[in-house]
Design a binder for this molecule. Structure first.
Ligand code: Z5A
Ligand code: MG
Length: 216
């Protein structure tokens, strides 16, 4: 009988534009480090790789790409870092991820591609142990300085993105997809995040799951 070695937890932060994902993962990373818990933060898109630079150029409207092509590049950007994520988890490190495959599906589906097609290239990526979805209203997003200059930062697209995220979340259990009201003070949001993440940092004895394998 094979036994599963304890591993690190894989925590994904997703959410609407300006919901405070980057703010919250940074706070969480600092707090984990302060507690002496080994942690590594990833951010997607990772704009530092060759693929990431192509994505960056597209998002800044400095290049044009077919919708399918940019979708596959976002997915490839995750696959090129998937082995590192797995190695860190196996070594007992808690891995935090600022956006992941759910953003990939939400944005490309909102642009008009089919949800099933959008999901395909991300099937079998490491699956998060929990996804924290930071939820804010478009009005709250506007009060945070509104949307920026990048290609997807338009209110109508963001409304569609919100609907697709809703659809994606319905396939997960309450334990693996947690929606957090991110329209509150930073400290209150951070406290909710901490209460969910901290109990997962003592080492997990369950095997790492694969994304969407059961639906493939
Ligand atoms: N995209 C995709 O299409 N496919 C994919 O596979 C992936 C991504 C992975 C770039 O992403 C685009 O890529 C994105 C989705 C698409 N397009 N859009 N839109 P990005 O992650 O690089 O985007 P970003 O520039 O980091 O923006 P963001 O993620 O939407 O912002 P955020 O991280 O959620 O928020 P923040 O930067 O932490 O905070 C925003 C502002 O609000 C800032 O001034 C904070 O100080 C303030 N803030 C934060 N929290 C609070 C609270 N609680 N109260 C008040 N103010 C707050
Ligand atoms: Mg961000």
């Amino acid at each position: 009988m094979s036994s599963v070695r304890s591993r690190g937890a894989f925590i994904v932060i997703e959410g609407l534009d300006r919901s405070g994902k980057t703010t919250q993962v940074a706070t969480l990373q600092t707090r984990l480090e302060t507690e002496g818990i080994p942690v590594k933060l990833f951010k997607f898109p990772d704009r530092t790789t060759t693929i990431g630079q192509m994505i960056d150029s597209y998002l800044r409207s400095q290049s044009e790409l077919d919708d399918h092509v940019i979708h596959l590049l976002f997915s490839a950007n995750r696959w090129e870092l998937a082995a590192s994520i797995e190695q860190l988890l196996a070594a007992g490190t808690t891995v935090l991820c600022d956006r992941y495959a759910f953003s990939g599906v939400a944005f490309s589906t909102a642009k008009g591609l089919s949800l099933e097609w959008c999901r395909s290239p991300d099937i079998s990526l490491p699956a998060p142990d929990v996804t924290l979805f930071l939820n804010i209203t478009p009005e709250q997003a506007r009060s945070r300085g509104g949307y920026g200059e990048e290609r997807y930062e338009k209110e109508e697209l963001q409304r569609k993105v919100r609907d697709v995220f809703q659809q994606i979340s319905s396939e997960f259990t309450e334990a693996t997809w947690v929606t957090i009201d991110a329209g509150r003070e930073r400290e209150d949001v951070a406290e909710d995040v901490w209460k969910i993440v901290y109990p997962l940092t003592g080492g997990l004895a369950i095997p790492l799951q694969r994304l969407w394998e059961r639906t493939s």
